[in-house]
Design a protein around this ligand. Structure first.
Ligand SMILES: O=C(O)CCC(=O)C(=O)O
Length: 331
């Protein structure tokens, strides 16, 4: 880990979905944890559906046999163990989680708007690296980032989210946030002029140097999260994920399972994007967090390199009215 970045594990306040105080906390700190957006039963069901997706890829993954979890069978993972493509954005698991009322309620409170579109994002799934060191995900300081271009998109545009499906601990690690860092977003163009000049204004991803003094004076935290908790964060907040701060002992099952989910007002999108989103359901195309632009995650270099036929994709989802509205259909 880089010398000047010292991540700590923190028990932060947890709010009820829709609580106005959750919105104030998010505005002040750049992130907020919503307690029990999914019940324990719902979290277990969601995780089982993720395993159904993995086993359905037809590469020989068996949830009960860790020896089948190796990279030659596992879907392509990027950054910190995130599975962003190969149909996962339309898996039964992801559509199940998107349809849980408290998840939408949390985002609706943030936007003061019920008419929301959902991202076709993937999941972060961490295999036990104590069983196989190659499964260890990237250390936090190597990919501290924001998901919004400071010049291309000034101001507040997006609140990202993840639903945590397994309890976190200092040993599992998890998502990392730099509290309050969204407030320094406007200073980035001046502070990182050269670094930023290499990033096209339409690319909503900016990485901080891992010896960045900006990160030295505000300590990054891994928030304690229970299974079913939902974390929301402003895309301007510096974040990433990082493996545990201590070596895990005990059960060598998945260390982390988190469904990435983002809802934005439909009014921010447009007819062309919505038409592409409807096609994406039929084509099982996954996206990034943004729903006001169409950004195809299956075109990420690592996903594209795996090839279209490397994995058997899940069936085309049959969506209910709520889910269809979140795609962009009127009913
Ligand atoms: O919690 C994680 O795995 C990191 C998620 C992340 O960095 C992102 O979605 O931009």
């Amino acid at each position: 880990m880089s010398d000047n970045i010292n991540i700590k594990y923190e028990y932060v306040p947890r709010f009820k979905a829709g609580d106005p105080e959750s919105v104030s906390y998010l505005e002040e700190h750049g992130y907020v944890v919503i307690a029990n957006a999914l019940s324990d039963q719902e979290s277990t069901k969601a995780l089982n559906l993720i395993w159904d997706y993995l086993e359905g890829l037809d590469t020989g993954i068996d949830r009960n046999d860790r020896d089948t979890w190796d990279n030659d069978r596992w879907p392509t993972a990027v950054h910190g163990g995130i599975l962003p493509g190969h149909g996962i954005g339309h898996s039964a698991a992801q559509w199940y989680i998107r349809d849980i009322p408290a998840v939408k309620e949390a985002f609706a409170a943030v936007w003061d708007d019920e008419d929301l579109l959902v991202s076709f994002d993937g999941v972060a799934l961490w295999r036990p690296w104590t069983y196989n060191e190659n499964w260890r995900t990237n250390n936090g300081p190597s990919w501290m980032h924001i998901d919004q271009h400071p010049i291309g998109r000034p101001g507040k545009h997006c609140v990202q989210g993840l639903v945590n499906l397994l309890p976190s601990s200092p040993a599992t690690g998890g998502n990392v946030m730099v509290p309050g860092s969204h407030k320094r977003f406007a200073q980035i163009p001046e502070r990182y002029a050269e670094r930023l000049s290499r990033i096209h204004p339409k690319i909503d991803h900016f990485r901080f140097p891992n010896d960045d003094p900006l990160l030295a004076d505000s300590q990054p935290i891994i928030c304690h999260m229970q299974a079913g908790d939902l974390m929301l964060w402003d895309s301007r907040t510096i974040h990433c994920s990082s493996p545990g701060l201590e070596t895990p002992t005990g059960d060598q099952q998945l260390f982390r399972a988190a469904s990435l989910i983002c809802m934005m007002p439909k009014s921010k999108s447009n007819a062309d994007v919505i038409a592409m989103r409807k096609e994406a359901v039929q084509n099982l195309t996954s996206t990034t967090n943004w729903s006001d632009r169409f950004i195809n995650a299956d075109e990420f270099p690592d996903i594209a390199a795996a090839g279209k036929n490397a994995f058997k994709l899940p069936p085309i989802p049959v969506l209910n009215v709520n889910q269809r509205k979140m795609v962009g259909w009127d009913e």
